[in-house]
Design a protein around this ligand. Structure first.
Ligand code: ITT
Length: 190
């Protein structure tokens, strides 16, 4: 457990993805915690599990980064594709694009986004997670957000995440949940 004196006023977010930073920064701001963007690629081990990828990336980064920081790993897991693209989400988006991903989907359109945030603070590592359940749409819709947002409809919504503002998306997204949990933990020590 971290001590009161360890609680940081600001936290580095190590990521190459501006969309992830913008949303995370918005969420943490609501809790009065400042996120500072350190634009960098994370080290990625091969695993189906976002928690493992985030934790191992944080351990590698802790060798050179002495300030408190976070690293987030995400993936979109599609049921009819046995969880694919999952850990390959970024690569598949670049190589195939959303239209070709849509062509792979069969009758069962269920999917979920997973987010794992690894915190390195006062020499310790902690993981905070969030899941957003939903379905894959029949066509791309919306131009807000980033990544797979135009084809993901969260449960309870009639629109894709790319048709939602950052506030709406963060209320229900995988990232909204993992960062709210991180903020709740950090606020206990302020
Ligand atoms: P860093 O590793 O540098 O943080 P990245 O883009 O490689 O950035 P991830 O491996 O964690 O990030 O994420 C994999 C991909 O999942 C990401 O590139 C997006 O295409 C997609 N993704 C993650 N979160 C998303 C979201 O909220 N909405 C839509 N797509 C998302």
């Amino acid at each position: 457990m971290i001590q009161h004196n360890d609680a940081p006023n600001e936290l580095l977010f190590l990521t190459s993805n501006e969309g992830k930073y913008n949303e995370a920064s918005f969420i943490m701001n609501m809790f009065g915690i400042k996120l500072v963007w350190r634009k960098t690629e994370k080290m990625e081990v091969q695993s189906d599990d976002v928690e493992t990828v985030a934790l191992e990336a944080a351990k590698a980064a802790a060798i050179y980064e002495s300030s408190p920081f976070i690293i987030e790993d995400d993936g979109l897991f599609i049921d009819c594709l046995n969880g694919f693209p999952g850990p390959y989400s970024s690569y598949v988006l670049i190589k195939l694009g959303l239209k070709r991903v849509l062509k792979l989907i069969e009758d069962d359109r269920r999917a979920r986004f997973k987010s794992a945030v690894a915190l390195h603070l006062a020499g310790r590592f902690m993981i905070f997670t969030g899941i957003a359940e939903g379905t894959i749409s029949f066509a791309k819709k919306g131009d807000l957000g980033f990544g797979y947002d135009p084809i993901f409809i969260p449960d309870g919504a009639k629109r894709t995440m790319a048709e939602m503002t950052v506030i709406e998306k963060s209320t229900i997204s995988h990232r909204g949940k993992s960062f709210t949990s991180l903020a709740g933990y950090l606020k206990k020590f302020h």
